[in-house]
Design a binder for this molecule. Structure first.
Ligand SMILES: Nc1ncnc2c1ncn2[C@@H]1O[C@H](COP(=O)(O)OP(=O)(O)OP(=O)(O)O)[C@@H](O)[C@H]1O
Length: 625
C-alpha cells in the first residue's frame, strides 16, 4: 500500500482558486441579519467603549493642569486633588470597559449559537449531492473554529476598530490643539501606516483563507483516522498515517508562520514609525521648553496624550488581522449557507426534475416518455424511462441509469440484481428522493414522486441501506427513528421481525443501552438488524432494502428471512440482492445491467433464460447446493 498523502482536492468546492474574492467589509456586512437582533446592545457597548477610551485622553489634560498649576505653585492640596481626579478617571475608564464586556458577552454568544443552529439546519436540508461533494472536516471547521472567530471579531475588533479610530482622531485633535507643530510631527506616520495597513489587509486575507481551509482538511483527516482506526491498526498503517498527518500539519504550520510573519511585519511598523515620530516630537518639545516657548505642563500633557494613543495605533495591525480572519470565516460560512437547499414541498407541476431537487434550480431537462401524463399511472412503484447522472460525474461519462422502466405491483416484492457498480444503490436512492432522476418519472401508487413532498415520501417509503448507519444513542431510539409516532409495541414487533429482540434484550440495559458512536459497540450483523428494524418499524407502504442481510450468518439470515417474508407480504418492496437466498424472498427479479433493466422474471425463469443472471448467481448457487 502506498503512503497516504493528503492534498487539497482540485475539484474541492472549498479550494481557494474556485472562490470569488470579496472585500473584507462586504463579507463582514453579511453578518448583519444575525447581529441585527442584538444591535441595540452592540451599539450601546461601542458607545460606552468610545467614552471610556476618550476618558483616557482627559488624563493628560489633568496632568497638564497638575504640572503647570499645583506642582509649579508647590500646592500639596492641589496635587492631592489632581491625584484624586486621576484615580477617579482611571476607575471610571475601568468600569466602563467592564460594562462594555458585560453588555456584549451574552448577546454575542447568542449570535454564535444562532449562526451555528442555522448552519446545522442548512446542512440537514442540503441535498445528498452536496454532502457527496463536501469533505466533512470542511463543514465541521466551519461550524466550530470559524464561528468562534466570528464571535471574537464581534466582541473585540468590531468595537475596537471604531473605538481606536475615534480615539486616534480625538487624540490627534488634542495634540494639534496643544502644539500644532509637535502634533504634526507626531501624526506624520499616519498616512504611510494607512497605506501599509491596506497592503497588509489584502495579503493577510489570502493567508488566512489558506490556513482556515487547511484546518478544514486537517479536521477531515483526523475524523477519518478516528473513524477508520480499526483499518489503520489492522493494516499496521499507523506510522505512515502519522507521517502523512505530520506532512499536513507541516503545511499548516508553514501557512501559520506566513501569517505570523505578516503580523510581525505590520506590528513592527505600527510600533516603530510612531515611536520615531514620538522621539522626534520629544526632542523638539524639550528644545522648545528649554527656549521657554513651551510650558513643561504642555509637554507632559502632549507626551502623555501621545503615549495614550500608542496602544490604539499599535493594536490596529492585529485588529485588522482578526477582522480579515473573520471575513474569511464569514465567506466560508456563507459558502455553505448559500448552497441551494432541497425543497420539502411537492413540485407544483410534476417532475422532469434535475439531479438533486434544488430550490430555485431550473430543471435539467430530460424527456418524459410521450403520452405518460395522459395515461393514469398504475398502482405500486413504477419507474418510467428513468435516467440519472451524478451531478459531479465527468461530463463525458455515461449516465449511471438510463431509460429504466420497471413496474413493481402493489404488494409485490421485486429483487434487484446486477453486477457490482451497475447502479442498484443509485436506483434505490431515487425512491426516497435522496436524488431526483435527471429524466423520466417515478410513481408511487399512481402519484408522481416529484409531486409528493419529501416529508410525505419519507413517511411512505422506508429504507435500509447496505451500510447500516447507527447514531450514538440507545438501541431503541435508533429503531424508533424510523417512524415519528411509533409506540413500544411497534418497537417490539420491528425488533422481532429483524431478529434483533434477542440480542437487544441481552444488552446491559436492554433497548435503553447506548450503542456507541455509529453503533460501533455492536457487531456488523447486529447493526444491520437494528437498521432493518428501523426500516420496518413504521409499517411503510413501500420498503427499499439494499442487500439487508449481507452481514448475517447463515442461521440468523434464515431467521430474518422468515420474519421478513411476513413484512414483505404487506408492502411493496424493492430489495437489492446479491445471493439467491435473498432473491428467493422476492416474487420477481429485475436484472440491472449497464444502467438499464435488461430482464424481468422469476428467479427460475431468469436462471434458465438469462446467461448474465445465471453467471451472477452461479457462485452462490453452487455454494448452496
Ligand atoms: N455520489 C456519487 N457520485 C458520483 N458517482 C457515484 C456516486 N455514487 C456512486 N457513483 C457511481 O455510480 C455507479 C453505480 O454505483 P452504485 O453504488 O449504484 O452501484 P451498485 O450496483 O449498488 O454497486 P454494489 O453492488 O457494489 O453496491 C458506480 O460507477 C459508482 O462509481
Amino acid at each position: 500500500m502506498a503512503d497516504t498523502t493528503y492534498a487539497t482536492n482540485p475539484t474541492d468546492p472549498t479550494s481557494l482558486s474556485a472562490l470569488p474574492q470579496r472585500s473584507a467589509v462586504r463579507s463582514l456586512l453579511r453578518l448583519w441579519p444575525f447581529v441585527r437582533p442584538v444591535r441595540a446592545r452592540l451599539f450601546t457597548a461601542a458607545f460606552v467603549a468610545v467614552v471610556a477610551s476618550c476618558l483616557s485622553l482627559v488624563i493628560p489634560l489633568v496632568l497638564k493642569w497638575l504640572v503647570d498649576g499645583p506642582v509649579a505653585a508647590g500646592d500639596p492640596g492641589g496635587v492631592w486633588l489632581g491625584g484624586g481626579y486621576l484615580l477617579l478617571l482611571g476607575l471610571a475608564e475601568a468600569l466602563l470597559f467592564g460594562l462594555r464586556r458585560w453588555l456584549v458577552a451574552r448577546p454575542l454568544s447568542g449570535v454564535e449559537a444562532a449562526m451555528r443552529a442555522a448552519l446545522y439546519g442548512r446542512l440537514q436540508r442540503l441535498p445528498v449531492a452536496f454532502h457527496d461533494r463536501w469533505p466533512s472536516g470542511q463543514l465541521l471547521s466551519r461550524g466550530t473554529t470559524d464561528l468562534q472567530m466570528l464571535r471574537m471579531f464581534l466582541t473585540f475588533p468590531l468595537t475596537f476598530l471604531l473605538v481606536n479610530g475615534v480615539t486616534i482622531l480625538v487624540g490627534g485633535v488634542i495634540l494639534v490643539a496643544q502644539r500644532w507643530s509637535l502634533g504634526l510631527v507626531l501624526l506624520s506616520p499616519l498616512l504611510p501606516l494607512l497605506v501599509l495597513c491596506s497592503v497588509f489587509e489584502v495579503k493577510y486575507g489570502r493567508a488566512a483563507r489558506v490556513v482556515q481551509d487547511q484546518i478544514g482538511d486537517l479536521t477531515t483527516v483526523v475524523e477519518e483516522s478516528v473513524l477508520g482506526i480499526r483499518i489503520i491498526k489492522g493494516f499496521g498503517r499507523h506510522r505512515s498515517q502519522a507521517r502523512a498527518f505530520k506532512e499536513l500539519t507541516g503545511r499548516l504550520r508553514a501557512s501559520e508562520l506566513r501569517k505570523a510573519r505578516l503580523l510581525a511585519w505590520i506590528w513592527g511598523l505600527n510600533t516603530a514609525l510612531p515611536e520615531c515620530a514620538l522621539g522626534a516630537a520629544l526632542v523638539l518639545g524639550a528644545v522648545q521648553v528649554a527656549d521657554g516657548a513651551l510650558s513643561a505642563g504642555t509637554l507632559v500633557a502632549f507626551l502623555s496624550t501621545a503615549l495614550a494613543l500608542r496602544w490604539p495605533v499599535e493594536s490596529i495591525g492585529f485588529l485588522l488581522a482578526m477582522s480579515n480572519e473573520a471575513a474569511t470565516a464569514t465567506d466560508r460560512y456563507f459558502e455553505v449557507m448559500d448552497e441551494p437547499e432541497v425543497s420539502d414541498a411537492p413540485a407544483a407541476d410534476g417532475p422532469e426534475t434535475s439531479g438533486p431537487a434544488v430550490r430555485g434550480a431550473p430543471p435539467a431537462g430530460g424527456e418524459r416518455p410521450s403520452g405518460d401524463r395522459a395515461r393514469p399511472a398504475p398502482g405500486g412503484l413504477v419507474f418510467s424511462g428513468v435516467a440519472f447522472r451524478y451531478p459531479d460525474a465527468p461530463p463525458d461519462a455515461p449516465p449511471t441509469l438510463e431509460d429504466v422502466t420497471l413496474h413493481i405491483r402493489p404488494g409485490e416484492t421485486m429483487a434487484l440484481v446486477g453486477a457490482t457498480g451497475s447502479g442498484k444503490t443509485t436506483l434505490t436512492a431515487l425512491v426516497p428522493r435522496l436524488y431526483d432522476p435527471t429524466a423520466g418519472r417515478i410513481t408511487l401508487d399512481g402519484r408522481e414522486l416529484a409531486t409528493i413532498g419529501r416529508d410525505e415520501v419519507r413517511s411512505l417509503v422506508s429504507v435500509a441501506f447496505e451500510e447500516p448507519t447507527l447514531f450514538s444513542t440507545t438501541a431503541a431510539e435508533n429503531v424508533l427513528m424510523g417512524a415519528a409516532d411509533a409506540q413500544e409495541a411497534d418497537l417490539r414487533r420491528a425488533l422481532r421481525v429483524a431478529q434483533a429482540d434477542g440480542f437487544v434484550d441481552a444488552l446491559p440495559q436492554g433497548g435503553a443501552t447506548p450503542v456507541g458512536e455509529q453503533g460501533l459497540s455492536l457487531s456488523g450483523g447486529q447493526r444491520q438488524r437494528l437498521a432493518l428494524a428501523r426500516a420496518v418499524v413504521g409499517r411503510p407502504r413501500f420498503l427499499i432494502l439494499d442487500d439487508p442481510l449481507s452481514a448475517l450468518d447463515v442461521h440468523t439470515e434464515a431467521l430474518v428471512e422468515a420474519a421478513l417474508r411476513q413484512v414483505l407480504a404487506t408492502t411493496t418492496a424493492l430489495v437489492v440482492a446479491h445471493r439467491p437466498s435473498t432473491v428467493l424472498l422476492a416474487d420477481r427479479v429485475a436484472l440491472l445491467s449497464g444502467g438499464r433493466i435488461t430482464a424481468v422474471g422469476t428467479h427460475h425463469e431468469l436462471l434458465r433464460d438469462n446467461a448474465e443472471y445465471a453467471a451472477l448467481m452461479s457462485g452462490e448457487e453452487e455454494a448452496a447446493r
